[in-house]
Design a binder for this molecule. Structure first.
Ligand SMILES: NC(=O)c1ccc[n+]([C@@H]2O[C@H](COP(=O)([O-])OP(=O)(O)OC[C@H]3O[C@@H](n4cnc5c(N)ncnc54)[C@H](OP(=O)(O)O)[C@@H]3O)[C@@H](O)[C@H]2O)c1
Length: 310
């Protein structure tokens, strides 16, 4: 039966971080976790937007344990500082929802020099998760939720064309998005493997097609003429409340532990789905992990992940 807000259990004593929680389905996710008494961190790149989301959530839920955490996934240094800021609080971490994302933006590179949709949607979350992993493990039972998309189905036949990631001519803006979204599933696959024997449940999902601000990138890339078309088409999209249900299921449903659901790909509204063959390719998942790890070590610090694998 379809998951719904009223099926979220009481989350008293639980601590959660939701990335990109200032708007869209991230905001709804953070709000509903807070409503059920979780201590929630709204991880957002903009202080203004993040703090106003915190204010809104507090007002709507009448809960006080909601905080802003500055996190810009375009910058590995910002990701590192965000993780350190959280870790200095010495709190447990039971729920991490890697939700932030950009879609179909014009070609650009992150601060660290990687194509930005891959950098924000995958690499930033890869680092953030690994830096928080010892705490997530120590807080088990705990959950890691990676928000992917059915757009992963249109990734290139190779899944990810590593050597072409930074080639501005190689892919369209949507092809770059599709690759970043298959990366979210492949990251889940490899991370889940590495978490075997722990009580950390790591899953990915497609949330549905939802009316949010995600189409901003398309407007920037294609031009303002697309805006009225998007307004009409989006009349048929899910609301953000419905769009948040699948990630809330992965983050909170007791069924995840009862049925030992790990390394799965979920679809609306909390059903186990089937990603494409390339998204289940364990060799590709390992290749992505090694690529991501080497990139981050080169840009940040060779020892960055030493503690994460403890
Ligand atoms: N909407 C859909 O139909 C749909 C379908 C499939 C999958 N998804 C996935 O769902 C997730 C949430 O998307 P949404 O639809 O809610 O989109 P949204 O309304 O555009 O929200 C995206 C969030 O990500 C944040 N973000 C973007 N770049 C960031 C960065 N560099 N650092 C930190 N945060 C950053 C945004 O912050 P700012 O406001 O500051 O930009 C915003 O809070 C994404 O992963 C998306 O791929 C959405």
């Amino acid at each position: 039966m379809r998951f719904s807000f009223d099926k979220i259990p009481d989350l008293s004593g639980k601590v959660a971080i939701v990335t990109g929680a200032n708007t869209g389905i991230g905001l709804v996710t953070a709000r509903e976790l807070a409503r059920k008494n979780a201590h929630v961190f709204v991880a957002s790149r903009s202080k203004d937007k993040g703090e106003s989301a915190v204010g809104l959530i507090k007002e709507e839920t009448n809960k006080d344990a909601v905080e802003f955490l500055q996190l810009d996934l375009q910058s590995l240094n910002s990701v590192k500082v965000a993780a350190e800021t959280f870790l200095t609080r010495n709190l447990p971490l039971h729920i991490l929802v890697n939700n932030a994302g950009i879609m179909a933006t014009p070609f650009a590179k992150t601060v660290d020099g990687i194509q930005d949709q891959f950098g924000v949607n995958h690499i930033g979350h890869f680092v953030f998760t690994l830096l928080l992993l010892p705490t997530i493990k120590a807080s088990a039972p705990s959950r890691i939720v990676n928000v992917s998309s059915h757009a992963h189905e249109r990734a290139p036949p190779a899944g990810i064309e590593f050597e072409k990631l930074n080639d501005p001519e190689a892919h369209t803006s949507f092809q770059r998005y599709n690759q970043s979204k298959i990366a979210n599933i492949l990251f889940t696959l490899e991370l889940n493997k590495r978490l075997s024997g722990t009580n950390v449940y790591c899953n990915s999902l497609h949330p549905g097609v939802i009316k949010t601000e995600l189409t901003r990138g398309v407007v920037t890339d294609w031009g303002y003429w697309i805006k009225p078309i998007l307004s009409v088409v989006s009349l048929f999209f899910l609301t953000p409340d419905d769009g948040a249900l699948t990630q809330l299921y992965c983050a909170t449903s007791p069924e995840i532990e009862e049925k030992n659901l790990r390394g799965k790909y979920f679809v609306p509204f909390g059903e186990v789905g089937e990603p494409i063959t390339q998204a289940k390719d364990e060799e590709l998942a390992k290749k992505l992990w090694d690529f991501s790890e080497n990139f981050v070590k080169e840009k940040l610090d060779d020892d960055i992940f030493n503690k994460c694998y403890a």
